[in-house]
Design a protein around this ligand. Sequence first.
Ligand SMILES: *Cc1c(COP(=O)(O)O)cnc(C)c1O
Length: 392
Amino acid sequence: MKINTNYQNVSESYLFSTVAKKVSAYTAANPDRKVIKLGIGDVTLPLVPAVISALHGAVDEMSKKETFRGYGPEQGYGFLKDEINGYYARKGVELASDEIFISDGAKSDLGNILDLFDQDNVVLVPDPVYPVYVDTNVMAGRKVVFADANRDNGFLPMPDFNVKADIVYLCSPNNPTGAAYSKEQLKVWVEYALENDAVLLYDAAYECFITDDALAQSIFQIEGAKQCAIEFCSFSKMAGFTGTRCGYTVVPKALKDGLLHKMWLRRQTTKFNGVPYIVQRGAAAVFTEEGQAQIRANLAVYQENAKLIASTMDELGIWYTGGQNSPYIWFRCPGFDSSWDFFDYLLEQANVVGTPGCGFGKNGEGYFRLTAFNTPEATKEACDRIKALFKK
Ligand SMILES: *Cc1c(COP(=O)(O)O)cnc(C)c1O
């Protein structure tokens, strides 16, 4: 047998393991210090009561012969797809329920979707970026080119019509930068994709953090997007499903005259046997009135934390993106050109942990990511320490 040698080209990521090593070395040497972690992109609040009660109800159904479920539809149960369809309708996006595919999360789908595309495609990825987009393409031997995100474009690169790409990744609101595209900006990306016969792979995992109407909550709010885009979304950040696992992908039938929809259905029914019934019942409860009120209350905690971190940056005159419409704050390291040097300084002087920007791509060097996924108390304490450290 011959192995897929493309795996040798995937760069090792030492980002989070190095962060963990540095933090444990520091706490071992300084056991009296209280270290605050604003580093990892994982939610911290538990599932809301409406979801828990739906999960319990579904577990009970599985215990009785009359209501037990075996294999379900690979592409998800109708009850959940209809709820998601209603959610899109409230954003002004009209879909057919069978354009929505339920999965165990956005990360799997973002990797799996590549089954539909030839190896001989040019992939355009912003830098800095969520590493999954790059690594999954390198594993398949595809050529990746980068669009520079930087301070000049507010970490929101726009298309260069002279660069020909076939597959384009956009993530808005962005991880790691927290920056979010306006509808006007996305219109230009849609024009680019239509003109180049390219497909936009749009990661909307953080759409639930958007409060500003000028920003898009879905690529399908942009005219023409159904002809050129696939959207990936997830219950992970919206409703705390990072450990429960449920996401969804929208493949419009208007894309390539229905060909990609048909291929994705074929791919999923062949290689996937669906998300657990119990989990889909939990996810559907997110859309009840009670569920919406409860997840909104949780999101508001993260949003307040993000606002507090952003206002700390404002106060200190530090340049940043995100904070509004996103759980991430991405800022220029004050007084440091190296993200890792700044990481060490912040850990040692303020006992605050964040993520070095250089771990997300070369344009991240000199930048740093803090997340809103902690308690209001810990976030305030971290902000107070940062203020004390950098106030002139
Ligand atoms: C967290 C996150 C996701 C969600 O992934 P799941 O597999 O659904 O948990 C997707 N994209 C980005 C950029 C993320 O940060």
